[in-house]
Design a protein around this ligand. Structure first.
Ligand SMILES: [Ca+2]
Ligand SMILES: [Ca+2]
Ligand SMILES: [Ca+2]
Ligand SMILES: [Ca+2]
Length: 295
């Protein structure tokens, strides 16, 4: 082949690739600032909670082994005497961390529907056995599970995990045919701004910047210890900011997945509570437990 033709051929491919990249760049929209979207979402949530009610009468009427489907309707006409959700929810404040590590306060609203029979609630890091229904503020259902499924809370959206400590489980038995019988399980719902959901990412039938509603029933749960070092995963969030990226020894492996958190070559499981007295060891008494303390 003529070298000049080859050269111009390659040259025009390079030009084509560059212009494609430039076009892609011009289509990219950076996410909206959290402060801006937070105000929009909170206005939408407040208006929603003031003008809607849920089927609380159905929950009151149901016996403790019956699962009730969460339904929301507008307060008007024959429903004008219903109690607005706003009077039944409690406000919770959560921090969202951006790519630069800056925290942004966000407000979500939790509705406690039924308490479970058991007292202990899961942490935001535990594996949970749940049924649920997910809805948008226009009441379109984007997801639902009516038979229980295990979820790893760490891989769920932030607003979903944040609801777990508000749920208590019941008792359950596995039947001969593999189905389950439940009793006394807990139910709760969360109304969250988009930053605790998918934010600027559209997901399935969920448009970008959608506040979300999840109603969840909790049957049972397992406390997690992802790295098996004897420290429950929820404790490995050292700075308690609800993000599990804490990395005490800076080796790139977060504490919840690192069997030696301080990289002193003594495994965490051998220095967390070496004498087994149930108290986390701090040999030099400096306030930093041994398993996070290099000296
Ligand atoms: Ca652990
Ligand atoms: Ca953390
Ligand atoms: Ca580490
Ligand atoms: Ca260690």
């Amino acid at each position: 082949m003529n070298k000049r033709i080859l050269f111009f051929g390659l040259f025009s491919i390079a030009v084509l690739l560059t212009s494609c990249q430039e076009q892609q760049r011009s289509f990219y929209t950076p996410p909206k600032p959290y402060s801006e979207q937070r105000a929009i979402d909170n206005d939408s949530l407040l208006h929603f909670l003031q003008t809607r009610f849920y089927n609380y009468e159905a929950y009151t009427a149901a016996d403790s082994s019956t699962r009730v489907t969460f339904v929301i309707d507008t307060i008007q006409g024959e429903n004008s005497d219903k109690t607005p959700l706003m009077e039944q929810v409690e406000q919770i404040n959560l921090k969202v961390k951006d790519n630069e590590g800056v925290y942004h306060d966000h407000t979500a609203y939790v509705l406690r529907i039924r308490s479970g029979e058991m007292e202990a609630a899961p942490s935001i890091a535990d594996s949970v056995f749940v049924t649920y229904k997910g809805m948008l503020l226009n009441l379109n259902k984007f997801d639902e599970r009516t038979t229980p499924i295990w979820f790893e809370s760490l891989s769920n959206i932030k607003g979903f995990s944040a609801l777990m400590p508000y749920l208590t489980p019941g008792t359950y038995a596995t039947n001969e045919d593999g189905t389950y019988t439940f009793d006394g399980f807990g139910s709760a719902a969360i109304f969250m701004p988009s930053a605790l959901g998918y934010y600027n990412q559209a997901s399935g039938t969920i448009p970008a910047y959608s506040p979300l509603i999840f109603a969840v029933d909790l049957y049972t749960y397992n406390e997690t210890d992802h790295d098996g070092d004897g420290v429950p995963t929820y404790v490995e969030d050292v700075d308690q900011d609800t993000y599990f990226d804490d990395d005490t020894d800076g080796d790139g492996v977060p504490n919840y997945a690192d069997p030696d958190d301080d990289n002193d070559e003594i495994l965490t499981k051998d220095e967390y509570d070496a004498n087994g007295d149930g108290i986390v060891d701090d040999s030099d008494g400096d306030g930093t437990p041994d398993y996070l303390d290099k000296d």
